[in-house]
Design a protein around this ligand. Structure first.
Ligand code: MRU
Length: 353
């Protein structure tokens, strides 16, 4: 990793440490988790967030729970592992990478059923390390495909944070930008602030500034003005779950940006690893949308600007219909809109898996 790369998660002295994303950019500090319960709480409370990062964290949660119970008899060990997996599965509902990682860890544990619990625990930790390393490689492969879509000098809008912080490293949408810059392209980024949690202002802007990639911060309601005034050449965002028909769930406000991009003939790209594609759901209508605490909308930290008693909605994600997606960028190649519209996403996934 380059010297200035963000270490989103790191294994230190028998625990997983995660950079506390609630405190960025003001404070860089790590939260230490040593059990499924502490990892689940870190995911729920947004210490760690972003679909791939949540998946990697959950894999470590399973391994940590196994290590905690490695001296138990096989039946109690299995019961503890199942309970830990169930707890992690309840932490957040929308990003499918969480469930993908839990399924992979459970299946791996089942394949080791003849071993002693201590050996299974050791193997599960090795599998979590592998998932973390694979995620970085996947993002680099995705970045190379995505960079080929961006011309030299492109001014690219992004929404939320799909960066190193949202993954084990490199990032999905921001990975595309990093790869383009590494290829020698001059690129500038327009970061939408991303109300209410401010992932764009706090995290995307921070990542880009510390790597000297030119970035301009705008509030979400400036996206239309920016596009209409000719300041945006492309949009690249990440995803939390993509349905079999190509509908994309991503951070709230993404749909609005996609509609605006279509109105202004600006390509709208979604960078997503295969682990974010959920072929079990026919369309985006079936994707569970997390509704978060009203406090996030009424204020930020100690500053509250809404009147007491006001009713609030806080859906944390929305669904962009496949028809508005110019292409999905995966680690195995680019899936263009024509393929999505022809119902070809699942054949693509089958052909590359
Ligand atoms: O609520 P968050 O911050 O977890 O939401 C994150 C996003 O919506 C990202 O865009 C998505 O997970 C892709 S991250 C590579």
């Amino acid at each position: 990793m380059p010297d200035n790369a963000v270490e989103t998660l790191r294994w230190r002295s028998d625990a997983i440490e995660m950079i506390d994303q609630r405190l960025l950019p003001a404070t860089v500090t790590y939260v230490r988790c040593d059990s499924a319960a502490t990892v689940a709480e870190a995911i729920r409370s947004m210490v760690i967030r972003g679909a791939p990062a949540i998946g990697v964290a959950a894999a470590y949660g399973v391994a940590l729970e196994a290590l905690r119970h490695k001296d138990a008899d096989p039946a109690s060990f299995q019961a503890s592992l199942d309970a830990g997996i169930a707890l992690l599965a309840q932490s957040r509902p929308t990003a499918v990478n969480l469930f993908w990682a839990l399924k992979r860890m459970r299946a791996f544990a089942q394949s080791l059923a003849t071993l002693e619990p201590a050996q299974v625990a050791g193997q599960l930790l090795a599998e979590a390390h592998r998932i973390r390393e694979e995620d970085i490689r996947i993002n680099q492969d995705m970045g190379a495909y995505g960079a080929s879509l961006l011309p030299d000098g492109a001014r690219v809008m992004t929404h939320c944070n799909a960066g190193a912080l949202a993954t084990a490293g490199h990032g999905t949408a921001l990975g595309v930008f990093r790869s383009a810059v590494t290829q020698g392209k001059r690129l500038s980024v327009i970061a939408n602030e991303t109300r209410p949690f401010l992932q764009g202002a706090r995290l995307t802007a921070w990542e880009m500034v510390r790597e000297n990639i030119p970035v301009t911060l705008v509030t979400d309601n400036m996206a239309g003005y920016m596009m209409r005034s000719g300041a945006v050449d492309a949009v690249v965002v990440g995803a939390d779950r993509v349905a079999a028909n190509g509908d994309v769930a991503n951070k709230i406000g993404t749909y609005m940006v996609a509609v605006l991009a279509a109105r202004h003939n600006i390509p709208f790209y979604v960078a997503c690893p295969l682990s974010t594609i959920d072929l079990t759901l026919e369309t985006g209508d079936a994707i569970p949308i997390e509704e978060r605490d009203a406090a996030e909308v009424k204020g930020f930290r100690d500053c509250i600007w809404a009147p007491e008693g006001v009713s609030v909605r806080n859906p944390s994600f929305d669904v962009t219909p496949a028809e508005l997606v110019t292409a999905l960028i995966t680690e195995k190649g680019i899936v263009h809109n024509e393929t999505l519209m022809a119902g070809g996403l699942s054949s693509f996934v089958d052909s590359v898996s």
